[in-house]
Design a protein around this ligand. Structure first.
Ligand SMILES: Cc1ncc(COP(=O)(O)O)c(C=O)c1O
Length: 332
């Protein structure tokens, strides 16, 4: 048993592990899906698992507020905004890009949850993010508000506990379904989900390869980022594990046009899975990663693939701001 640091019980877990029967028959591989899109309703997806630890840490530090950051359609910011409201903590969001027109998708939920929105032009966000976060923290301090900064995607030494904890759940799932997956696959956006799964797989001694399919940056970037999160975890909790021995596997061949931009094949894949299995992916993270996984299976690139587990990390609200990219019956 793994010993965990302070943690709040916020996610609806355990989430189901389901076999995609029709997709598996079509692909000739047993494809399973870990339904982390079901960790809640609006408060759903992978971030809730991470934030159980991040918010516990904020409370341990006696904070009255949290500050975090991301894109205008960040799932992480939306989950943080809703959890802050649930727990009675102020949430300040530093967002990349300036909103245009009526708020949609995740941003609409940020507003509904009463988060304080600070949106910056893309260039300024890219070059000044650290300063913007610290400035906000100082500003709040002057008003007597003690705020903890949660980094992008809650991907740091604290947040990755969420996916170490998820591997305990997966361990039970594998046992129940009598499977030893060859691969456990997730979308990688800020690296924390992959870092937690990789560390958990190592702690449990799994043979399965944890594979992150990058949605924004390249393999080098994520090799460094996932390793950095693991090192931060080791330092922060005085762990003895040799994190340098954990192999990190990243595939960066499915980024497409860039972050939050997807090729038509990704939108087609989202429609295909919704029709075939009744499961909805998003175009920014899970749709891209699932499309990549299907391509890897079809081309035989996943060596020794038998039972393959895809972690559905949520993100459904991301379909709404990109609704025009979907081919609907009416061709609209
Ligand atoms: C729906 C969804 N899936 C996957 C990811 C990627 O997870 P991570 O940021 O831990 O790499 C994110 C966030 O970035 C997300 O919002």
């Amino acid at each position: 048993m793994i010993e965990f640091p302070p943690r709040l019980s916020l996610a609806q877990t355990p989430t189901p592990l389901q076999k995609l029967e029709r997709v598996s028959a079509e692909l000739g591989v047993n494809l399973w899906i870990k339904r982390d899109d079901l960790t809640g309703s609006v408060l759903s997806g992978n971030k809730v698992r991470k934030l159980e630890f991040s918010f516990a840490e904020a409370m341990r530090q006696g904070c009255d507020a949290v500050i975090t950051c991301g894109g205008l359609q960040s799932n992480h910011c939306r989950a943080t905004a809703l959890l802050g409201a649930q727990l009675g903590l102020e949430v300040h969001l530093v967002l990349r890009g300036e909103p245009e027109g009526p708020a949609d998708g995740n941003l609409l939920l940020d507003y509904l949850a009463g988060a304080h929105i600070n949106a910056y032009p893309v260039r300024q966000f890219a070059s000044e993010l650290q300063d913007l976060l610290l400035q906000k923290q100082r500003e709040l301090k002057l008003k007597g508000v003690n705020a903890m900064i949660i980094p992008t995607g809650a991907s740091d030494g604290v947040g990755i506990w969420g996916y170490i904890a998820a591997t305990e759940e997966l361990q039970v799932d594998f046992h129940r379904h009598r499977i030893v997956p060859s691969h456990v696959v997730c979308a990688t956006g800020s690296g924390g989900t992959q870092a937690g799964l990789t560390l958990g797989a190592y702690l449990h001694g799994w043979d399965s390869q944890v594979l992150g399919i990058a949605v924004c940056d390249d393999e080098d970037y994520f090799q460094n980022k996932v390793r950095a999160d693991m090192r931060a975890w080791k330092r922060g909790y005085d762990r003895h594990e040799d994190v340098e021995a954990c192999e990190i596997h990243v595939h960066d061949g499915y980024i497409g046009p860039g972050y939050a931009k997807a090729d038509p094949e990704v939108f087609e894949t989202i429609g295909w899975l919704a029709r075939t299995e009744g499961i909805v992916l998003d175009p920014v993270y899970t749709g891209k990663a699932f499309y990549g996984l299907v391509q890897e299976i079809k081309t035989g690139a996943l060596a020794g693939a038998r039972d393959v587990v895809f972690v559905h990390t949520g993100g459904v609200f991301g379909i709404f701001p990109q609704k025009h990219q979907f081919q609907t019956e009416e061709g609209r």
